[in-house]
Write a protein that binds this ligand. Structure first.
Ligand SMILES: [Zn+2]
Length: 240
């Protein structure tokens, strides 16, 4: 799905080192991206993740909107989500303090390394915005242990680094963390993919060479679902 209000540059940057960030913009048509998980950061199989809605001023409608979009992962995994009010949880969700329309989340069990006094996921305040459910799906992908699909070493995105550095408003470290390819390491599980991953940024062709771009995909792709089923299988695989 193409964001009807495509932004010319990336909008948001992360503020803490292990929180992945979200942004994106553009049009276009590349396929054959990949999905990426980091098994060491997966939650224990068949466990229940306690998810605290951190801000006391979150109203019921907001909480419901988060639950509804997040729960789209549940048919494909063996985890359970237990949503609770307040500040105590394995995952702690806050609303962005400003009008930031993006989100961020710790990757998988990195959330357990955060101080209990701090949130592990930030979501936009406006749950009526058309992109809200997409952002929840994407951040919950990170929470489950997924990295950005566009950071697959085979993505081969021809970034125009001069324009990225000038237009995106991220530090070099943030660019490396959120945009550029991950190393080919056995710590990652790189799975193939035949559609648009919800974990792939929209890539603005103005930031690449040759007009390379990627539209934003708002729903779980077949390969997102395949990744989730592989990461948290509901039944023991016949061969393992
Ligand atoms: Zn992200």
């Amino acid at each position: 799905m193409i964001n009807p209000a495509s932004q010319p540059v990336f909008l948001h940057h992360q503020t803490t080192p292990s929180i992945e960030d979200d942004t994106g913009s553009a049009h276009s048509l590349s396929r054959n991206r990949r999905n990426i998980g980091e098994p060491a950061k997966y939650w224990p199989q068949n466990s229940t993740i306690k998810i605290a809605m951190y801000d006391y001023d979150m109203d019921d409608e907001y909480v419901l909107a988060v639950k509804k979009a997040a729960s789209e992962w549940l048919p494909h995994i063996n985890l359970k989500f237990e949503f609770v009010a307040g500040e105590e949880g394995n995952v702690r969700i806050t609303q962005n303090v400003n009008n930031n329309s993006e989100g961020s989340s710790a990757i998988g069990t990195d959330a357990l390394d955060r101080s209990p006094a701090h949130p592990t996921m930030a979501l936009p305040r406006d749950h009526r915005h058309p992109r809200f459910a997409y952002i929840v799906r994407h951040e919950f992908g990170h929470m489950l242990g997924a990295h950005h699909a566009h950071q697959h070493p085979d993505a081969n995105i021809p970034w125009d680094m001069e324009k990225v550095n000038r237009m995106v408003g991220l530090s070099q470290q943030e660019v490396e963390r959120n945009l550029l390819p991950l190393p080919r390491s056995s710590k990652y599980d790189f799975t193939t993919y035949d559609g648009d991953s919800v974990m792939h940024y929209e890539i603005n062709p103005a930031l690449t060479h040759g007009g390379w771009g990627q539209s934003e995909s708002w729903t779980l792709s077949d390969e997102d679902i395949a990744w989730a089923k592989k990461a948290y299988p509901k039944t023991t695989p016949a061969i393992s």
